[in-house]
Design a protein around this ligand. Structure first.
Ligand code: ZN
Length: 137
């Protein structure tokens, strides 16, 4: 059984931004030499999330619009001490991690599935940890 851990950074340029990180995760799986197992992809932040969805440009804009609707409220209590309550709340309803099967050294994603980093309080530099666990080649 192999356990391989690697961290990488995601630099975001906008307050709400989606970035496809599938290739970075696959590259870490390649480095891990795991053939059959799981990949755990985790963000170390409370105002960023990791999701799996289609990376179609229109859909990415729609997800952004949906999140922005949550930012339109102005009566959040956390905003009295910080200005990012909406980002924390949006992060609560997405998740800070995803787990994906690894089959024959490849992410077992569906045809349209991509791993997306969703920034909710950018621009910032974010840290993502990937752990790959499984049997080696
Ligand atoms: Zn805060």
């Amino acid at each position: 059984m192999e356990l391989f851990t690697k961290q990488f950074e995601v630099k975001t340029g906008e307050r709400i931004e989606l970035k496809d990180i599938t290739n970075q995760v696959q590259s870490i799986i390649n480095d891990s030499k795991v053939k059959q197992g799981i990949a755990f992809v985790y963000t170390l932040h409370t105002t960023a999330t990791i999701i799996i969805n289609e990376a179609e440009r229109g859909l990415l804009n729609d997800i952004k619009k949906w999140v922005q609707a949550a930012f339109s409220r102005t009566d959040y209590d956390h905003d009295k001490i910080d200005t990012n309550a909406a980002a924390h709340i949006a992060a609560t309803f997405a998740k800070n991690a995803v787990t994906i099967p690894v089959d024959d050294g490849k992410l077992a994603l569906g045809t349209w599935q991509r791993i997306l980093h969703l920034e909710l309080d950018g621009p910032r530099t974010r840290s993502v940890i990937v752990q790959v666990i499984g049997t080696p080649f």
